[in-house]
Ligand binder design. Structure first.
Ligand SMILES: [Zn+2]
Ligand SMILES: [Zn+2]
Length: 383
């Protein structure tokens, strides 16, 4: 059953936006955790905040007025406040919270100092590969620079034999309070202590190797397993090979982004490869065979049939790159370029003269229809 969000704010169903806002402000002034530290007030504050968020959004209010519950829809679970900490609810709460421009949440949730040890971030690096390497995949070595645990202090940040001291500014609580104006009026807000970065501790004698950070930047070599068929922009994730966190916290992931080097013969389009084969007009007329060395290292013979027209594209099924997921190979598209000789020897000229005598008056002006078909074909194949 949908909750009565109107009742939570104590307003009528016909309430205007202004009335809803005013009701919320009034309740928030009584219930905000910085004003009223009791647990019941904190729970109540969450409820009214969510009710306000929903009713001040015309689309969500419409759903409520139709007897629905936007929270039930968003979370996919049962509506209502029974299970605090449920995804959709928390999300909405955080949103409203940030909107209101209030710093910390106050109450018990933020009273603990922040840990010095924080998880590390993800890191990104590039790996340049030739087309052949992309085709085959395999193990590659890569130099990366990331934060690693400081060996001298093992992440503690303190010089050997010393301990961190309690921060005198916040007396170890890790946060300081401040009066701030917000849409709810004057509020007492809580911020992380700037002197100790919210940890409540100050390292009095920092480790000389890491200046107290517990980690150092270091160059190292990692081995990357490259799947066959990778291409530019694809990312390979190495779990736990990213930056070690402050204080020696668990390392994030390392993402290796592939960049394929240009190839002298092939251009790539997804799993398909394109190449251009230049043949003479005689080969085009009589047909011929051309061998191409594929990225696999194998030779592939392209059979060019007699009567092949300029700008034809010959599909070589399954001769492209392997798909990185399925392993199924794409195609090789051979674009045929027919060269007309510009310099002819006497014998060649004679042979061609004879050919012309066999086929006199072959030059003619195309009808508009023939021309447009030809142009369209040509444009379709030229890349
Ligand atoms: Zn150190
Ligand atoms: Zn402090």
């Amino acid at each position: 059953m949908a909750l009565d969000y109107y009742a939570i704010l104590g307003v009528q169903k016909e309430a205007t936006d202004r009335e809803i806002k005013s009701a919320y402000r009034k309740l928030a002034r009584e219930l905000h955790p910085d004003i009223n530290p009791s647990e019941e007030a904190a729970e109540e504050f969450k409820k009214v905040t969510v009710a306000y968020e929903l009713l001040s959004d015309p689309e969500k209010r419409r759903i409520i007025d139709m007897g629905g519950d936007p929270l039930a829809q968003a979370g996919g679970g049962a509506g209502g406040f029974g299970g605090f900490g449920g995804g959709a609810f928390e999300d909405i709460f955080e949103t409203v919270f940030n909107m209101a421009g209030m710093g910390g949440m106050g109450g018990s949730r933020y009273s603990e100092p922040r840990s010095r040890v924080q998880p590390g971030g993800d890191s990104l690096t590039r790996l340049r590969l030739s087309l052949e390497e992309c085709y085959a995949g395999g193990l590659k070595e890569l130099d990366v620079t990331t934060y690693v645990l400081c060996e001298d202090c093992k992440g503690s940040g303190s010089e050997t034999g010393t301990e961190p001291e309690t921060c005198p500014y916040c007396e170890g609580s890790g946060h300081v309070q401040e009066v701030q104006r917000s849409i709810l009026g004057q509020m007492l807000t809580t911020h992380p202590c700037p002197h100790c970065a919210g940890t409540g501790q100050i390292i009095s004698d920092p480790c000389r190797s890491c200046q107290g950070d517990g980690r150092v930047r270091r160059n190292r070599t990692v081995t990357v397993k490259v799947p066959a068929g990778v291409g530019t922009g694809m990312r390979i994730r190495l779990v736990g090979q990213g930056d070690t966190g402050p204080g020696g916290g668990a390392a994030g992931d390392l993402y290796v982004e592939v960049q394929q080097e240009p190839h002298p013969i092939f251009t790539r389009e997804g799993d398909d490869l394109h190449c251009t084969i230049d043949i003479s007009m005689v080969d085009a007329a009589l047909g011929c065979e051309v061998d191409i060395e594929l990225p696999s290292g194998n030779l592939h013979t392209v059979r060019i049939p007699a009567g092949t027209q300029p700008a034809s594209v010959l599909h070589q099924r399954g001769q492209g790159m392997p798909n990185v997921r399925s392993g199924r190979q794409g195609d090789l598209l051979a674009h045929i370029n027919v060269s007309v000789p510009t310099e002819l020897g006497d014998e060649q000229k004679e042979a061609l003269q004879k050919l012309r005598e066999l086929e006199p008056d072959s030059a003619r002006v195309l009808s508009e229809e023939e021309d447009s078909i030809f142009t369209r074909l040509k444009n379709a194949f030229q890349r």
